[in-house]
Ligand binder design. Structure first.
Ligand code: BGC
Length: 573
């Protein structure tokens, strides 16, 4: 199929808040498409797939690190921030990617791991060999590893301390992640200048923003928890004002795996802004919980607790990404239940989470995949899809760590799933060949040939969402239901959010997690008592709520409705 758009190429549309309506797609350069037959995905490969991504409805790409790196942590171990890993391509290739993406009105957001570097970085090499030299103070050194023992260990499967001894400098260095990833010392202003220069370098090439990796951990102190310390926020405020002054319109996305109120702090305030977006970590595991428990309450509670965020900011919502499905933001009881349902084989677990992809997690159930995607595309914030999930790609738990869900994209039933024409043994990771998810049937080409495939379904839903900007910018109101398996909410577009030509809109989204059909009575607040209710995927008329605002619906197992509410009575609207 030719994905080339039928219309002339255009540049980026001017919209300073584009990220609030965008559909994001996370794709690792290494995993998408290999054009030089070395078995490793590359930037020209990604460029060759931009037409596909545009067809899918993607507005922005999030690219995990593609800097020079020994790749001991998927590239989050950066050895040089100003270069592209040669296997992935060159700076020229990257510039071509940016301009080709922009020509399609698609943005590029890249990862910026600010907290640490690889131990191969020349800053670290010089720091350990020359303590009184210019890089001597770039990392967090200590004569003892007895301090800051209360700071929790994140990679608990591989690390037993946040300190490691360097035999050259004969001191300990601090590391929140792997021991080959020393933490930078943010008490040193020179580190700040370096980060500004690095950001300038990429922004100068037209990059539309950064995902700020592991942002809560920048500063640590003897008394604090090493997470979200006040100076970390101070750094972010300065970083944001640098961005607004030198590169207005570019965005910062916080990766802060914290509770909602703490995460919201990364958005700052209207007067003192920090990031434009922050990932919503607590909501994600509750979707998985609801799918198995058939109980909507934990999800509903987290939705009802919606934290007010400053105007112009947004949440980033996701089902899966390149990391484990993290279970840090749930109670111990919920965590054990989730492990039992989704990680019954110990190989499926890593750290505090589950290292599986979406489709295997949901046992390849089409209903569950649809329900999960519908939620993803209708929750407040902008959705982030993970490459391959649109075709229900499988994983490989026999691979180490999070590589289980970083295998090559499956394009066709051909050799190496069409990812590369290298000798299969040369691939950076093998393609998935499990019984249920073999690439011969799970691939883009096969799914394109079948109108009812998951790929077509996901694409249609993405395009439907884009026709209703209320999904991006409308506030959410939870609607009470009399059935514990149902969660319902209204998304309502305020007139101030409408762009020229748009009109305010009110949508009622209803989800049933029950494994059997059910009937539910929803109680609509007065301001949403419409007299015309229409299902938006097909335009079918639905019953209207009665005078008391009660709306009775029946739902098939694990299903959803997106209903437009119109004709809301003027006297109460
Ligand atoms: C990234 C991980 C990485 C870690 C350390 C994270 O938050 O998403 O993939 O291992 O940072 O850099």
């Amino acid at each position: 199929m030719d994905f080339a758009p039928p219309y002339a190429r255009r540049g980026l549309e001017h919209d300073p808040q584009w990220y609030r309506r965008a559909v994001f797609y996370e794709v690792m350069v290494r995993s998408f498409a290999d054009t030089n037959s070395d078995g490793i995905g590359d930037i020209p490969g990604l460029i060759s797939k931009l037409d596909y991504l545009e067809w899918l409805g993607v507005d922005a790409l999030w690219l995990p690190p593609f800097y020079s790196s020994p790749l001991l942590d998927g590239g989050y171990d950066v050895a040089n921030f100003m270069t592209v890993l040669p296997e992935f391509g060159t700076i020229d290739d990257f510039q071509e990617l940016v301009s080709q993406a922009h020509a399609r009105n698609m943005r590029i957001v890249m990862d910026l791991p600010l907290n640490h570097t690889s131990d191969q970085h020349h800053w670290f090499q010089e720091s350990r060999t020359n303590p009184s030299g210019p890089y001597g103070d770039y990392y967090v050194w200590s004569d003892t590893d007895e301090i800051r023992q209360h700071i929790r260990i994140i990679f608990s499967d591989t690390e037993d301390s946040n300190w490691a001894f360097d035999s050259e400098r004969r001191q300990f260095y601090f590391h929140r992640f792997f021991s080959h990833q020393p933490d930078l010392n943010y008490h040193n202003p020179a580190v700040h200048s370096e980060m500004h220069d690095i950001a300038r370098f990429w922004l100068g090439m037209g990059v539309d923003g950064f995902r700020l990796d592991a942002i809560p951990y920048l500063y640590e102190s003897d008394e604090g928890t090493g997470e979200s310390e006040p100076e970390t926020h101070e750094f972010l405020r300065t970083f944001r004002s640098f961005l607004d002054t030198e590169f207005p319109g570019r965005v910062l996305i916080a990766e802060a795996n914290q509770w909602p109120s703490e995460t919201a702090e990364y958005l700052g305030t209207e007067e003192t802004p920090e990031c434009h977006m922050a990932f919503d970590f607590p909501i994600m595991p509750r979707i998985f919980y609801a799918l198995r428990s058939q109980q909507a309450e934990p999800l509903q509670m987290v939705l009802a607790e919606t934290v007010d965020i400053p105007p112009g900011t947004a949440w980033g919502v996701f089902l899966r990404n390149h990391d484990e499905l993290t279970l840090e933001m749930v109670s111990e009881e919920e965590r054990q239940a989730l492990y039992g349902w989704y990680a019954y084989d110990p190989r499926m677990r890593v750290n505090v989470g589950i290292r599986r992809r979406l489709a295997p997690l949901l046992d390849n159930s089409r209903q569950e995949l649809q329900l999960a995607h519908a939620l993803l595309l209708s929750l407040p914030g902008s959705p982030f899809l993970y490459y391959g999930d649109e075709i229900g790609m499988g994983d490989n738990i026999w691979l180490e760590d999070r590589d289980s869900s970083r295998t090559p994209m499956q394009w066709s039933p051909d050799r190496n799933a069409g990812f590369s024409d290298a000798d299969p043994g040369k691939l950076y990771l093998p393609v998935v060949q499990s019984l249920a998810f073999h690439y011969s049937s799970s691939n883009v080409e096969t799914q394109l040939a079948q109108g009812t495939s998951l790929l077509h379904w996901v694409r249609n839903l993405i395009h439907l969402r884009k026709e209703h900007p209320v999904f991006g910018v409308g506030p959410l109101t939870v609607v009470s239901s009399d059935n514990p398996s149902v969660v319902a909410f209204v998304r309502d577009m305020p007139i101030e959010e409408c762009k020229p030509g748009e009109s305010p809109e009110t949508l009622l989204c209803v989800y049933s997690f029950a494994h059997q059909p059910l009937s539910v009575t929803l109680s609509l607040p007065e301001s949403f008592r419409a007299n015309r209710v229409t299902e938006i995927t097909g335009g079918g008329r639905f019953p209207s709520p009665n005078e008391q605002g009660q709306l009775v619906l029946t739902l098939p197992p694990q299903s959803f409705y997106w209903l437009s509410l119109a004709g809301i009575k003027a006297s109460v609207a």
